[in-house]
Design a protein around this ligand. Structure first.
Ligand SMILES: NC(=O)c1ccc[n+]([C@@H]2O[C@H](COP(=O)([O-])OP(=O)(O)OC[C@H]3O[C@@H](n4cnc5c(N)ncnc54)[C@H](OP(=O)(O)O)[C@@H]3O)[C@@H](O)[C@H]2O)c1
Length: 348
């Protein structure tokens, strides 16, 4: 049952989160670390600028960093590949791996909107994984993506409300700097400041959320018909994206009903990175907050729950806030959960 895993972009902000979350993983053994050519041959523990506190995990300290060559994958007997590469490079490398029969779980936006590629969040659209069968026929291997970090929080909070008919969503984000990778945003731009622009983020939130919440019909996903107006800003917070969400439904819905729906969403059983509660509702007047709520969830699933709060109704609009940990539920954790789901359901 155990699978040998490779990690593309192992030295970046997201790559490090993968390294941490794959330590002692019950299904996956991390065997191959890939970064840019200049790091080739260097030891991970010496080379990486470790961002996640404490120390580089012992199990990867002495592993050598490789550049991207298919022979490295063959030599290590790689079964699955996790990708934390910038989109332009991901487009080339992930495509090449797929054509050589590999299975890729990607964080990058490169393939997310392709018709035969799922943006998988197994708690809400598990059936979308069927799309990989089309890819297998076409290319030999397949790519499963997880969504953009801010989208993952929004999609999880909206999913239990789909049946009420969500007509329009206004979402304003307050996004952490780790979302921009390392070194990311220049300190002079972000210290004591807010930058009301994140390249392509607003469009990603709109397109990806509609696809994630959509229905699989025959060979493609039919978008969920909701209008999403996103306003995205970078704020001087290290981890955790806060989002203020205003919803308009096609019929009248009460706040208490919405909270009940979110709270009753079930976690997936038997998957190590699946939180027992995908959405946690808080009633305090000043939650959720990045420092207090970004790491909600237990054990391996720490940081995998989205936390909502501050519900209010204003006429026909409902408002709430949410927090999503951008490199865990919005990144590495999402990919790992997708791989666990694929393995446990016979797709690997
Ligand atoms: N950070 C987040 O919260 C977040 C959330 C969701 C999705 N994502 C996505 O995840 C991906 C990675 O983001 P990040 O924040 O981790 O970025 P990052 O910190 O800039 O890391 C990029 C990684 O890619 C490697 N890389 C760059 N060029 C390469 C090449 N030619 N060949 C092999 N490796 C190469 C880098 O290696 P070197 O160190 O050697 O340069 C580094 O390991 C992006 O697509 C991003 O959009 C990020």
């Amino acid at each position: 049952m155990r699978k040998n895993a490779a990690l593309l972009g192992a030295t970046g902000a997201m790559g490090q989160r993968f390294v941490k979350m794959l330590e002692k993983h019950p299904f996956f053994d991390l065997r191959l670390l890939i970064a840019s050519e200049q790091r080739k041959g260097k030891k991970y523990g010496k080379e990486v600028r470790w961002l996640l506190g404490s120390d580089v995990p012992e199990y990867v300290k002495d592993m050598e960093i490789h550049d991207f060559k298919l022979t490295n994958f063959e030599r290590e007997g790689i079964d699955i590949v996790f990708s934390a590469l910038p989109a332009d490079i991901a487009r080339e490398y992930e495509g090449k791996l797929r054509e050589h029969g590999y299975t890729v779980f990607s964080n990058s936006s490169a393939y997310r909107m392709e018709r035969d590629v799922p943006i998988l969040i197994p708690e809400i659209n598990a059936e979308h994984i069927e799309l990989v069968k089309l890819q297998k026929e076409r290319y030999g291997g397949y790519i499963v993506t997880n969504s953009n970090c801010s989208t993952s929080g929004l999609a999880l909070a909206l999913a239990p409300l789909r049946n009420y008919g969500i007509e329009r969503v206004f979402v304003t984000t307050y996004q952490a700097v780790s979302g921009a990778g390392y070194p990311g945003v220049a300190s002079l731009d972000i210290c004591g400041n807010i930058v009301p622009y994140i390249k392509r983020e607003e469009e990603k939130m709109r397109r990806e959320t509609r696809k994630i919440l959509g229905k699989l019909e025959k060979d493609e996903v039919k978008d969920y018909p909701v209008d999403i107006i996103a306003s995205c800003a970078r704020v001087p917070v290290r981890d955790g994206h806060l989002e203020a969400v205003v919803l308009k439904f096609r019929k009248d819905v009460e706040v208490e009903e919405i909270k009940r729906k979110m709270e009753s969403m079930k976690g997936l059983e038997g998957l190590p990175t699946a939180p027992a509660k995908p959405v946690i509702v808080r009633d305090e007047e000043d939650r959720p907050q990045p420092i207090l709520d970004a790491y909600a969830g237990e054990g391996r699933a720490r940081g995998m729950s989205v936390v909502t709060g501050r519900f209010a109704k204003f006429g026909e609009y409902i408002r709430f806030y949410l927090i999503v940990h951008n490199t865990i539920r919005g990144g590495a954790g999402a990919s790992i959960l997708n791989a666990e789901y694929a393995l446990s359901n016979g797709y690997l």
